[in-house]
Design a protein around this ligand. Structure first.
Ligand code: ADP
Ligand code: NA
Length: 313
């Protein structure tokens, strides 16, 4: 088993998409796994301090609620080696290469925070500190992980072999939950709206979101089927399956939506029960995180120390 590392940015409230695409796979893979809440990444754009604190607490609690008790859980900001190594890497990265990052180019205006410009360097530090052999990465982050490799290779050549250069893996395409109101876009915590199901949404909110889900005007006998020209219906069938339900015998959109609501509510209920128990005991959650963060410091301090020495510090 190779080391796994994954960060969730508290840029919003976790959705059913995050559960299916991130939390459930994380729960399947806990040996030598480091799972963090990347609170520093959530500060690269305008943010509310109270909301950042609340979202960070909520996500950390949800990670525990989903059963991640064997992985190392941490808040990025509590492991100072991340910012420490990011600075050293900023001294190897150039403004030219950071300016070529597509995500930055797309979002940048004169009032953009400098931290959005240096974000890929912090991400490189997040990765290199843990020496994973492989980093699975979706298309949206691929350029950033390529930069991580470039920075590691450059550092090793110029200052000495300090970093393990990670391979980039394209993850198996998992289930992708689409926005119920706009089923051609993925459901996203960063774009809340009526088509998003939050992991802490009560049953009536889930029911309302599903009942308003976009379908189409097909009323034929095989209306309930997957098809590229039926993105809304396809998505509802995917959600139903992801939540352990079945569309056997379902012939109308009304029945499909009832089945989806039941399956989603049945999936969220135990998670929400466990979340409430944990949220009622914040000192327990804090103890788990503090232990995880201590372990992160132990694992990453030698890497930062080696990089510092190599650079003459
Ligand atoms: P979001 O768009 O919700 O802010 P991110 O892009 O930060 O999510 O991704 C966080 C994790 O959640 C990643 O592992 C990503 O693959 C997964 N994820 C996000 N949205 C979905 C979705 N709609 N369906 C499946 N997985 C998703
Ligand atoms: Na996002």
């Amino acid at each position: 088993m190779t080391r796994t590392l994954s960060l969730l940015t508290p840029s919003g409230r976790l959705t059913l998409g995050n559960l299916v695409g991130a939390l459930q796979p994380m729960a399947q893979r806990q040996e030598d796994a480091f799972y963090g809440v990347s609170d520093l990444h959530a500060m690269t754009t305008e943010h509310s301090p109270a909301e950042l604190a609340e979202r960070t607490r909520e996500i950390a609690t949800l990670l525990l609620a989903v059963g991640l008790d064997r992985a190392t859980l941490f808040r990025q900001s509590r492991v100072p080696t991340h910012t420490g190594l990011a600075y050293l890497l900023e001294c190897t990265a150039t403004t030219g290469e950071l300016g070529r990052m597509v995500q930055f180019k797309e979002k940048s205006t004169p009032s953009t925070r400098a931290s959005l410009f240096t974000y890929p360097v912090l991400m490189a530090a997040d990765i290199l500190l843990y020496r994973p052999a492989v980093v699975p990465v979706g298309d949206d982050q691929r350029q950033h992980v390529e930069l991580t490799r470039d920075l590691a290779l450059r550092f090793n050549r110029r200052y000495g072999e300090v970093f393990t250069v990670p391979e980039i893996a394209t993850p198996a395409v998992g289930a992708r939950v689409m926005d119920l109101a706009e089923p051609t876009r993925k459901m996203s915590k960063s774009r809340p709206g009526s088509g998003v199901i939050g992991l802490l949404d009560p049953p009536d909110v889930v029911r309302r979101a599903v009942s308003r889900a976009v379908t189409d005007s097909d009323v034929g006998p095989d209306a309930v089927r997957r098809s590229p020209d039926k993105p809304g219906v396809t998505n509802l069938l995917d959600v139903l399956e992801s939540c352990g339900g079945s569309a056997a015998g379902v012939t109308t959109y009304g029945a499909l939506k009832r089945a989806v609501t039941d399956a989603v509510v049945a999936t969220l209920e135990p998670l929400q029960d466990r979340y409430r128990e944990l949220a009622a005991d914040p000192s327990y959650v804090e103890t788990v995180l503090a232990a995880g963060e201590e372990r992160c410091r132990q694992v990453t301090e030698p890497v930062l120390a080696a990089a510092s020495r190599a650079m003459g510090l």
